[in-house]
Design a protein around this ligand. Sequence first.
Ligand SMILES: Nc1nc2c(c(=O)[nH]1)N[C@H]1C(S)=C(S)[C@@H](COP(=O)(O)O)O[C@H]1N2
Ligand SMILES: [Mo]
Length: 184
Amino acid sequence: MLRTGLLLLLAAGICACGCTQPGVTANEEEIAWNLTVAGDGEEVLTLAEVRALPAVEGYGHGVSTVGIVFGPDRYRGVLLTDLLDRVGGTGQDDLAYVSAEDGYLWVFDAEQLTGEGFFTFDENLKEIPPPPLRVILAYERDGTPLPYDDGGPLRLVVVSDDPGVITEASPWVKWVDRIEVHRR
Ligand SMILES: Nc1nc2c(c(=O)[nH]1)N[C@H]1C(S)=C(S)[C@@H](COP(=O)(O)O)O[C@H]1N2
Ligand SMILES: [Mo]
């Protein structure tokens, strides 16, 4: 009896540390996260539902306001405009509010939603003309789910096809749980 109990405990312990389907980490299975997308109507998406949408990839290379450079890393996620299109999309004068559970908010205008109007820098932090960029809601970095400490499970990232292109990290909203269209 005691022995069976111990074995069960052991099995439970092993399961908690990593008995999952191939390609799916314990992290993904456990995280319950709701993303609210509001525009003409409101929709709540789970993490699994976000991951099931068409994915785009790119290099994220950021510089924080205090000059710390991070990346480049390969990010995978959903285009912000694809999410906005689910609730009526945005017109030329509209804005997209992206916010997080800690109260942080970043506002994107129509130009930025198409990947334009951002400042870009080279590795010496010298300003360079911006190449095409994409604004994505990322759930994966370098092939693994984005950890909470780095803004996961969902973080806004401005990505480029060129790993050398650095963007300002202030729009890289961590822990995104709400995206809202503001019509003007
Ligand atoms: N939710 C949330 N996202 C955020 C912030 C924040 O305070 N809260 N700070 C922003 C700013 S100003 C910068 S420079 C980067 C910093 O990224 P890091 O915390 O990964 O270094 O995150 C951005 N995203
Ligand atoms: Mo910042």
